[in-house]
Design a protein around this ligand. Structure first.
Ligand code: PGA
Length: 251
């Protein structure tokens, strides 16, 4: 089995480049003590190029977003070619905070296709805004996945990571119940299987939403996920150290 992925999404933190360098150093040290895991850091775009030049065998880097157009009038966006000037292997696509600002399933589709064609690993973020009692949220997840992967090159679709982040659980206190995640992980794989065949059975699924040092190990053990997308706990030096340290119990 591949090493579980711990994806640190720093969002728009920390406040200064100096703090970012310090946070990276703390994360790197903690990652070195968690040898069974791959740690991927997604810093703000402004810090990416310099931070990703850091020599580390333990940490890889991701961009938090990209724009599929290779050049154009898209104020504030970054193209894949610009991102490729940093040492980046992954890119988050369709994060809930970007979808909330207008990123569509069609944007995610174009981004996934381009990233795969250029050898980058896309982590397609999906998640429902709220849960209803009759399960309509499953259809929302199915649409986000189907649309996002619709033009992915067949030979490479198996490389896509699906990061499931229920929007109602982002920035909260606790993760969702790992049993609910397990159910969702099966649904995600089945959705990809139905559209793309058996590659779907091996899809890497991450859980994200209020992961912290107290609940991370349990989610990995019981949630049927191959990794975690960590937001606010990844920008706190004490929490990320404790979180990465908590996995020793899993070995
Ligand atoms: P959170 O964020 O861990 O702060 O809930 C996760 C995310 O939005 O990626």
């Amino acid at each position: 089995m591949a090493k579980p992925l711990i994806f640190a999404n720093w969002k728009n933190h920390p406040k200064s480049f100096k703090d970012a360098k310090k946070l990276l150093e703390v994360t790197r040290k903690a990652a070195e003590k968690a040898p069974g895991f791959s740690v991927i850091v997604a810093p703000p775009m402004m810090y990416l190029r310099e931070l990703s030049a850091t020599k580390s065998t333990k940490i890889k880097f991701a961009a938090q977003a990209m724009h599929w157009d290779e050049e154009g009038a898209h104020t504030g966006e970054s193209t894949l070619s610009q991102i490729e000037e940093s040492k980046v292997s992954y890119v988050l696509i369709g994060h809930a905070e970007r979808r909330a600002r207008g990123e569509t399933n069609d944007d995610t589709r174009r981004n996934v296709e381009l990233a795969l064609n250029r050898g980058m690993i896309p982590a397609l973020c999906v998640g429902e805004k709220e849960r209803d009692s009759d399960g309509a949220y499953f259809m929302q997840i199915r649409d986000q996945i189907r649309e996002g992967l619709r033009s992915a090159p067949m030979a490479k679709v198996g490389k896509v990571i699906i990061a499931y982040e229920p929007v109602w659980n982002i920035g909260a206190e606790e993760t969702m119940n790992p049993r609910q995640m397990h159910e969702m992980a099966i649904f995600i794989r089945k959705t990809i299987y139905d559209a793309h065949g058996k590659l779907g059975l091996n899809t890497t699924v991450l859980y994200g939403g209020s992961v912290n040092e107290k609940n991370a190990a349990q989610m990995l053990a019981l949630g049927d996920v191959q990794g975690l997308l960590v937001g606010h706990s990844s920008i706190d030096e004490g929490k990320i150290t404790a979180l990465l340290g908590s996995f020793s119990r899993l070995k």
